[in-house]
Design a binder for this molecule. Sequence first.
Ligand code: UDP
Length: 479
Amino acid sequence: MEIEKHQHHQLHVFFLPLMAQGHIIPAIDMAKLFASRGHRSTIIITPHFLPFLSKSINQNTDSATQIDILTIKIPTYEVSLPEETESIHMATTTEMLSKFFQALPMLGPQIEELIKRHRPDGLIADMFFPWATDVAVKFGIPRFMFHGTCYFSLCASVCMIRYEPHKKVSSEYETFIIPNFPDKIEFTASKVADFYKEDVEPQYLKLFKDMHEDEMRCNGVLVNSFYELEPAYADHYTNVLGIKSWHIGPLFLNSKGMNLEEKRGMECSIDKQVWLKWLDSKRPNSVIYVCFGSMIKFEDKQLMEIAMALEGSGQEFIWVVRKEKQEEWLPEGFEERMEGKGLIIRGWAPQVLILDHEAVGGFVTHCGWNSILEGVCAGLPMVAWPVSGEQFYNEKLVTQILGIGIGVGVNKWSRNEGDFVKSEKLENALRRVMKGEEAEEMRSKAKGFAQMAKRAIEEGGSSYMDLEAFFQELRLVRL
Ligand code: UDP
């Protein structure tokens, strides 16, 4: 009776994302999704993101009524950071980044104040705030962790932390099998993020250990993935590794049909008429899209190798580069020769819309989880080129478990650059994902996953139902 009475009770949830674009985008998607199911969402963020957030939220007037924004201030003064450092991207040096992370736990009192004032039913905080569980406990509300990555990578991270296989090998490049894992996956210490290694700044090692402890003790984890994509890993995470979770993705799919780039609040560096007309003139599956996410900036010599591979492969392409001028990093006469064959976007591209165009038949990606989900949902085979962190796990998922991608043989984790990849390697991978039997097989598998993803978020689908289960859990905890 008591449960029934509360079955339709509107819930109010606080979202606390890390102050970075890649974390805020899925938080907004979640907030909108919760609002579309009749609940109230409040996003807590630094003032820097306000214009972006307001623009994005106003896109959907129905749910906008249910979404509030509250601001907090990074205690920059206490850690001697410039006052305007309100996002992780503004911490441009290693020293600034370290201070930024030192400042995060100092946000606790501000969050407490907001909880006291607004009395939400639950707090969904990023993994980078392991102290959030203590804050929530103080007020008797549940704390959930949001993970913007896949189950495969979550399982791999937990196994690295628990069993430390990377410390039992004699060299960086000696292979080991990830222990207590559903499949036999070979890995090397060179691909393990520095955060897990003893020689890293003790602050980061502690943060990562705290994050993993918190993963175990919080009320559960929300994952931006869908069950059908990686069932063995979704089950393993909960049943074997013992971490309660709900799969509620792909989150971005819920917003499809809206003006997605507007929704994301980002200014694109290319006019819609230009890229759309260009793609409309191409045959289905004839263009490869090349983009390395929102942060990676390759050195000129690496860009040169990419250009040579694109030209050498004879492949039509759209290439997104975070550079203003072309002079030093393109082979001489490249743009003239590629006229009509390739389109370079300098800055920010409307990625989801481009991937969805029927002329696009493949994706070269740095294996950021959002990009991979977007590639999967567009039914595209991928060239997997990981650069840092969990991207190396994601690469394994794409190439070995899902069988929808080809790696370029990168062997080393690096905060900025990754391994240098020669043009021949990329050229070979481009050919393999775009043409021939192998490419068709991967494309057909990817399209299968794309359909599963769409079904997962529809009423009655696996992600839809798991979100219902999450709401139910929240109601029970709050009874
Ligand atoms: N993105 C985009 N245009 C760009 C570059 C990136 O729309 O020019 C979006 C992309 O669609 C994805 C996000 O930015 O949603 C990048 O997230 P991901 O997890 O792939 O990588 P990160 O940038 O966090 O490394």
